[in-house]
Design a protein around this ligand. Sequence first.
Ligand SMILES: NC(=O)c1ccc[n+]([C@@H]2O[C@H](COP(=O)([O-])OP(=O)(O)OC[C@H]3O[C@@H](n4cnc5c(N)ncnc54)[C@H](O)[C@@H]3O)[C@@H](O)[C@H]2O)c1
Length: 339
Amino acid sequence: MANILLTGGTGYIGAHTAVVLIESGHTPILLDNFSNSTPKVAERIQVITGVKPMVIEQDVLDTAALVDVLNTHDIQAVIHFAAHKAVGESVEKPLSYYQNNVMGTLSVLAAMAQAGVHHIVLSSSATVYGENGVPPMSEDAPLSATNPYGQTKVMMEQIIRDVAVADKTLRYAMLRYFNPVGAHPSGQIGEHPRGIPNNLMPYVQQVAIGLREKLSVFGNDYPTADGTGERDYIHVMDLARGHVLAVNHLLAGNDSFTVNLGTGKPVTVLQMVQAFEQASGKPIAYTIAPRRAGDVASVYANPQLARQLLGFETEYTISDMCRDAWVWQSRNPNGYDEA
Ligand SMILES: NC(=O)c1ccc[n+]([C@@H]2O[C@H](COP(=O)([O-])OP(=O)(O)OC[C@H]3O[C@@H](n4cnc5c(N)ncnc54)[C@H](O)[C@@H]3O)[C@@H](O)[C@H]2O)c1
């Protein structure tokens, strides 16, 4: 059982991972600058698990402060979630993205080296497969990016690989998430994007509660079952469990690895809309809009390697994802702020 530092730990995926870590007997410590989250998450985690995790307000760019945290709390592994993550915003503010995501990763690695912490799990993304990949995506596919956010993920991976070549004591797990959706089934924690959501599911959720009028479906002439783009949606609790398997694998002394975390099953936009309507009982108004530049028809994972290395199998279905997203959204229309 280990003390594990979660940078960006009060964010969407960090909070769910903290729940599964606590349930597995680990002690997660959540470090965040709250640029896209709130410390209130800790109380919700306590409602679910009975344990209130420690939350530290800190920016990952402050290396000296990180060293102090790693030493003070006897940290054995870091799960590095902290990053900006909006593709569109990264095109508008590339400096901010390179600064936060790339410099943040350098800072975490430097602090780990100074404090003698040897295990890191990185939040990577299917976006590193760029737009030319042929699904199902396998881990050995060439990497590329079509926007600054994607570039930062390619760079973050490369930096960790290079550091691990030089420092033989460093072990890493690179986790390439496909499309995380849903929420803890209790409805206590979930995703609450600020402003207009970038991703399909939060947008659909906001249409369902009347916050947005209708969904724009970008393109219905792709070569898929119904012409709309297809993606690989993974329930955030399955994703969270993947992190615990990954960190346990590293702590057990195994070699570094890079794996996809997805279901391997593509779902179209309209299939997702239908599943959400069924789960919520709410009609989702939508219009068909032209294709968006940079979007591809189909992205889904080859999930074999994670299965083989970690025994990782997804358990939640699309209807579970929609049900849990709806429970969260309908009970917390203002996110973590009280209604
Ligand atoms: N959600 C997705 O669809 C998705 C897909 C693939 C990869 N990822 C990656 O997973 C990670 C977590 O994503 P999420 O969906 O939980 O996002 P999130 O925004 O909810 O969580 C990220 C957290 O990091 C914090 N943070 C950002 N910069 C920081 C800094 N400099 N110092 C300290 N804290 C900082 C934010 O306040 C936030 O709490 C990110 O690295 C993201 O790029 C997310």
